[in-house]
Design a protein. Sequence first.
Length: 297
Amino acid sequence: MDRLLIVEPLGGLANRLRVVASASLTAPAAGRRIELRWRRDRACGASWDELFAPRFTSCDGEHPAEAHIYDRELSNFARPGSGDVVEDPAAVVLVRTCFQFRPSTMSIDEFVAGKAAFYRGLIPVPVVQQRLDELAARLAGAPTVGVHVRRSDLVLAGTPPERISPTSRFIARMRELLAAEPKTRFFLATDDRQEEARIATAFPGRVLTQPERELARSDATAMQHALVDWLALARSGRILRSAGTSFSREAAIAGGVPRETIRRRLWPYDRPRFWIEAWHRRMSGWRRRAGLDRAYR
């Protein structure tokens, strides 16, 4: 019987890409074939085929009645992890999540390298590739630092993102990099036009952005423009990024680019669960460094 993994990624573009990348690494370990259910919604208004060349069998209909469903159960912070997907005896497994997951036998380094290889193998649709090539031509000839300032659709525990990753700290770090290398130029990807204007004013002639881009995530054209930003960040020599966003984190992985998170020393979280998640993240890092736990969180 054909063993099937139906993957339904949720959330925005980068969240979805990391889910599909996770599935592409998990399916072989589970002996499963992938079918992709990529639905348009307000968080991502473009279909897979409006962003990339076809790569997976599309699953647009209802899932089989016998499917074992993991509905948002796979997360970065909670066990059990994707070992269940690998070991699940059901012929059909449906994973519906916005989080990444991996086979329990795969090391962190192998997982990250596998995701990077998956991202490099994606083929953007011609309209995206054309805009990316035009942007690359404008950026050629000088060291480029990617800057990702996430604002309008990111709220961490009810806290405005500018309190966590202040624009003033972005500007200060950009000035340090410019002092170290005066030829540096900055590619800015942001969802806030006011922030774009503020940063461009601080560095006249040094900040490049994608021209005439749309920002509404529910629009297919806007998502194509977001993909251009994501691919351009991946081509940068370094990325300065807002805290709490997967967009620039996954771009850094795709391009093998060093990244720096710009943030206040103490994050002003307003809800206890985020402190709990931060504690889990810190403890997981300690266990991995100590060789006690290879689980990816």
